[in-house]
Design a protein around this ligand. Structure first.
Ligand SMILES: Nc1nc2c(ncn2[C@@H]2O[C@H](COP(=O)(O)OP(=O)(O)OP(=O)(O)O)[C@@H](O)[C@H]2O)c(=O)[nH]1
Ligand SMILES: Nc1nc2c(ncn2[C@@H]2O[C@H](COP(=O)(O)OP(=O)(O)OP(=O)(O)O)[C@@H](O)[C@H]2O)c(=O)[nH]1
Ligand SMILES: [Mg+2]
Ligand SMILES: [Mg+2]
Lengths: 276, 292
């Protein structure tokens, strides 16, 4: 919108389209527009308007406390979950690399015992990152390989254990129960574990991401989000709706397919690229 | 439930024999919200609502229907029409071997879908050859080989080749020699804004001259569906779309956006991770799902 604009219903309609197009979703969009509507009659230039929207979005994101990921008391056990194809396995490779660079001993557990070549895919990533990997070749029981990884963590004094799980849809009760069982196995061996449960979310996901987040929080106790594929044109606006409704912190964003393409989340730059 | 919400907006009005600009306003707002929440692209929603309004204006309410029901009927019909009608059967006589290229963004389900397509066609008496051209993703070739082995469909051995163009050259030669009548080419996931990789697809298309280029899209895709599918269509001229992960609870509005912006018809849907979780696309079912 060029030049000076009066805040009126026609401008609010344009702003609504901009916000909806980022996948912010209807409710969060209306909530932000309500705030802008309070300044009806005011004249604002495009730059100020943009900054206003960015500020509103940043405020929603910053309302969510973002705890530091616990790494001082080894072992830190991290469970990585999410629906099919979002980037769990790739993100684990990136996380392993990230923590190896910080001098940590990292063990990765290949608990996707279902999908074709899942173990081999993770194995390549562990080699690239310089991490150890626990694989159970002929098992189709994720709980069994997780158990082996937990025993190995105790024996080898690893600093960090990252567990890769099979993609699964949140509306599949059997698969969600399988995940809950994996979590119980972890807690049995380590009462404070898993220390974090990362939900991986694809930036291109629309409103279904809210349902994904709700179900994974409910069934598996997700604690943090990672948004992947933000190197695409999708804005990941649904992450703001999730912050608003579920108060889940975003810890990292994935910005590519290479090992070093993982960035710590920054609310200001995320808001800026959302209303770019 | 959208149809209930629409009924409610009309219930508040009286003397409603015809659908008018005024009495439709609230109902159209409800429909707009439902479509946006279903992830239909906002531009597509705008155009669609306008078409619905024009069709509905002045239309006499059919006997036995109240205005709300009438409007729901128009909306549902409009969606079915936009979704392109029932998928037509493939005409394999057009090309020997019949070449199908499978493309799309990262993680949408291409490799899995190639296996499902091969299985579906094998059951119809075809002799497919799966061709792995994803030389980037770790264990991608092994993934397709494993899928192929599971359904007893041959997979071209791309293992020591790292150039997709070379792979398809040799795969075409092998198919002709072994008399395979369908080639299903799995490509690496890529961003539509990655010029190098989009060029690779154009080069593959030039070499293969495929009868079909299927864009594989995830049912949970949001507003970006128009941008990404549009770009793939611009670059390759898609012949069809396959939507995956419809066993989830995403409304799948991206199907509407993609149909609208590419004109490519939805051909098949993925309904799970197993090779049999695959069937031809049904527009009326999709319309109902999008409306919620
Ligand atoms: N462009 C881009 N691609 C990504 C990113 N993260 C992952 N990918 C790609 O997304 C695709 C799927 O990644 P995976 O790591 O296999 O996803 P997953 O969640 O483990 O998949 P499943 O285990 O099958 O559920 C691969 O092609 C990755 O290279 C990212 O940040 N940007
Ligand atoms: N639930 C469900 N999962 C599916 C469906 N189709 C594919 N998947 C899963 O989605 C994930 C990604 O599938 P892939 O076939 O690896 O996706 P891809 O597009 O080849 O990924 P890239 O090659 O990395 O771009 C896997 O976990 C598949 O099992 C489907 O229809 N339903
Ligand atoms: Mg994986
Ligand atoms: Mg693939």
């Amino acid at each position: 919108f060029p030049g000076l604009r009066k805040i009126d219903e026609s401008l609010l309609e344009e702003l609504e389209e901009i916000l909806i197009s980022t996948d912010l979703g209807f409710p969060t969009t209306q909530m932000i527009l309500e705030k802008i509507r309070k300044n009806k009659g005011q004249d604002l230039d495009a730059v100020t308007l943009k900054k206003r929207l960015q500020a509103e979005i940043e405020a929603i994101l910053n309302q969510v406390p973002r705890p530091v990921i616990p790494l001082d008391e080894a072992p830190s056990i991290f469970l990585v979950v999410g629906v099919n194809g979002v980037g769990k396995t790739t993100t684990i490779g990136k996380l392993a690399h990230h923590w190896k660079e910080q001098g940590k001993r990292v063990l990765i557990c290949a608990a996707d015992t279902f999908r074709a070549a899942a173990r081999e895919q993770l194995e390549v990533w562990s080699k690239r990152a310089g991490a150890d990997i626990e694989i159970k070749e002929n098992s189709n029981d994720p709980a069994a390989v997780v158990y082996d990884a937990l025993e190995r963590v105790k024996a080898e004094k690893q600093d960090i254990l990252i567990i890769d799980t099979a993609g699964r849809l949140h509306n599949n009760p059997n698969l969600m129960n399988e995940l809950a069982k994996v979590k119980r196995v972890i807690t049995r061996e380590f009462p404070n574990g898993p220390h974090r449960v990362f939900l991986i979310l694809d930036a291109i996901t629309g409103q279904n991401a809210l349902q994904q987040a709700k179900q994974f929080v409910e069934k598996v106790g997700v604690t943090d989000l990672v948004i992947t594929k933000l190197d695409g044109t999708a804005k990941g606006g649904v992450a703001v709706a999730i912050a608003n409704e579920l108060s889940l912190p975003i810890q990292f964003i994935g910005v590519g397919e290479q090992m070093d393409q993982l960035l710590p989340f920054d609310a200001a730059s995320f808001s800026e690229s959302l209303i770019g | 439930q959208l149809s209930n919400k629409i009924q409610d907006t009309f219930r508040k009005l009286t003397g409603k024999a015809k659908l008018s600009e005024e009495n439709m306003q609230d109902a159209l707002a409800e429909i707009r919200r439902a479509l946006l929440e279903a992830d239909v692209n906002f531009k597509v929603v705008k155009t669609f609502i306008e078409q619905v309004k024009q069709k509905a204006l002045g239309q006499d309410v059919l006997r036995g229907l109240d205005p709300g029901q009438q409007l729901v009927k128009i909306v549902h019909g409009g969606l079915v029409e936009l979704l392109g009608g029932q998928a037509r059967e493939i005409d394999f006589s057009r090309q020997k071997p019949y070449v199908i290229m499978v493309v799309g963004l990262q993680g949408t389900g291409k490799t899995t879908t190639c296996g499902k397509l091969a299985n579906y066609l094998a059951k119809k008496g075809k002799k497919p050859l799966l061709v792995p051209c994803d030389v980037y993703r770790p264990a991608a070739i092994l993934q397709l080989q494993t899928v192929g082995a599971g359904i007893d469909v041959p997979v071209f051995d791309s293992t020591n080749l790292n150039k997709p163009l070379e792979i398809v050259d040799r795969a075409l030669a092998q198919a002709k020699k072994d008399q395979q009548d369908v080639l299903i080419v799995d490509t690496a996931g890529r961003l539509h804004i990655d010029d190098t990789l989009m060029d690779e697809l154009k080069q593959l298309k030039a070499k293969l001259n495929p009868s079909e280029i299927f864009f594989v899209a995830d049912a949970m895709t949001g507003q970006d569906a128009v941008t990404s599918a549009g770009a793939f269509h611009q670059a390759l001229e898609l012949s069809g779309v396959i939507m995956t992960k419809l066993d989830g609870d995403a409304r799948g509005g991206a199907a509407l956006s993609i149909s609208e912006v590419t004109g490519a018809r939805l051909r098949f849907v993925g309904l799970g991770e197993k090779v049999d979780d695959f069937e031809p696309f049904h527009p009326d079912r999709m319309a109902g799902r999008i409306l919620g």
